[in-house]
Write a protein that binds this ligand. Structure first.
Ligand code: HEM
Length: 396
């Protein structure tokens, strides 16, 4: 990822940041992503969930969310659908390689640099695994670039169909003529857009399965939209489109509550630019490294009050329950705060609300008993053993 937005500062960062911001806020790209999201949910996710429910089969929700998000991240990037969520469940080597990058990244954060650098030089341990993951990812990029020459993925319906591939704008830009830099930018985009959301969705389904009262409130909020879509007594699955879910405050509150307790980026690493004194009174010096545990901050009584450990979406609502309460980003750090705040927040909320609403409305998600839920040591807060669930189709 060397040279990509996540590893740089100063002028190169300013330029990359501006480019990423203009792409991720472009109405054309956002509309294409929304259209592709609806197509993926309708044509892949819902049929798959329906089959699982009919067969009463247990499955790993984390793996499925990882496949879904791989497709949702890669398609607008390359203009080609890798099809990891297709019914034949193809091998997901590239997704596993992305996970490995996150695990080794965590290892590097925890180890003295001399230790991992020696391992890299000797090509042993986690560094060897990273090297292999790098090869898999290079192959992914090569394969997708080849495919995009012959296939173009179209988004939307009828005359409104158009193709979008984010990569074209990098290929046309002389700043990205260096192949290694282009490669780093592509992989960073995949990590930012896939892992964060797949992980959050998995934790949401885990929490909802244990809180049927919260599920009922979400369904009540969805009910007026659903009743406009299907006639009473008709059993067609309902899909909730981004335009319909964006004003749903309780659904969004549930999403934020999950991000508070289970932030997908649980630790942020910062380097001090100039000597300073923190609001806490701690002195910091230029070059110092600071780790911020977003995971711990989300569970601190001093920040969130006595019920800080409860899963309670209501804390995000105004007193009358009709609006989201304003919470400053330095308190709710899941998307970072300040000039380097997440640029994909709105896209992420759009994608997650659509997947949650559609799943929760059409199915009951049940946890399979006897599994141990614990986080994996990684830069991303994935579950070590996945999340094994069963689905029941809702009778309406
Ligand atoms: C649940 C979803 C997401 C969460 C919680 C999240 C969180 C974050 C965090 C914490 C950072 C700061 C990282 C750091 O400085 O160390 C960040 C940066 C960033 N995110 Fe996200 N992200 C999410 C989804 C996305 C998506 C879907 C995209 C793209 C489509 C995206 C694009 C970016 C970019 C480009 C940056 C770099 C901003 C900069 O440094 O200027 N993120 N995100």
């Amino acid at each position: 990822m060397g040279g990509s937005l996540f590893t740089i500062d100063g002028e190169p960062c300013r330029r990359q940041h501006a480019k990423a911001k203009s792409m991720l806020s472009s109405p054309r790209i956002v509309a294409s992503m929304a259209a592709y999201l609806c197509g993926k949910v309708e044509n892949n996710l819902l049929p798959l969930f329906t089959r699982m429910a009919i067969a009463d089969t247990s499955f790993d929700m984390q793996e499925l969310m990882s496949r879904l998000m791989f497709d949702l991240a890669a398609t607008p990037l390359f203009g080609v659908d890798p099809g990891l969520l297709s019914s034949d469940m193809p091998p997901m080597d590239a997704a596993v390689a992305l996970d490995m990058v996150m695990e080794v990244g965590f290892f590097r954060l925890m180890m003295p640099a001399s230790c991992w650098k020696s391992m890299r030089w000797l090509n042993i341990g986690p560094e060897r695994k990273l090297d292999m993951a790098r090869m898999v990812l290079r192959e992914l990029v090569r394969e997708m670039m080849e495919k995009r020459k012959i296939t173009t993925c179209h988004f939307g319906h009828g005359k409104e169909q158009e193709s979008v591939d984010i990569i074209s704008s990098f290929l046309e830009d002389p700043d990205y003529a260096n192949v290694d830099l282009l490669h780093a930018v592509i992989i960073s985009y995949m990590l930012a857009a896939r892992d964060t959301i797949a992980t959050t969705l998995t934790w949401i389904f885990y929490n909802l399965a244990q809180n049927p009262n919260i599920v009922s409130i979400i369904r009540n909020e969805l009910s007026p939209i659903a009743s406009r879509k299907v006639a009473v007594g008709v059993c067609t699955p309902v899909i909730f489109e981004p335009e319909e879910t964006k004003s749903l405050v309780y659904l969004t509150a549930t999403l934020y509550e999950t991000l508070r307790l289970y932030p997908p980026a649980p630790v942020l690493r910062k380097t001090v630019a100039v000597d300073d004194i923190m609001p806490s009174g701690h002195e910091v010096h230029a070059g110092d490294t600071i780790f911020i545990s977003v995971h711990s901050m989300g569970r601190m009584e001093a920040v969130w009050g006595k019920d800080c450990l409860d899963y309670n979406p209501h804390r995000w609502l105004s007193d009358d329950g009709n609006n989201l309460r304003y919470v400053p980003s330095h308190k709710f750090l899941a998307f970072n705060s300040g000039p380097r705040m997440c640029l994909g927040k709105d896209i992420a909320v759009m994608q997650m609300n659509t997947v949650i609403a559609t799943t929760v409305w059409n199915f009951d998600v049940q946890l399979v008993k006897g599994q141990r839920i614990q986080p994996k040591p990684s830069i991303i807060l994935e579950m070590e053993n996945g999340l094994i669930v069963k689905l029941k189709k809702r009778e309406m």
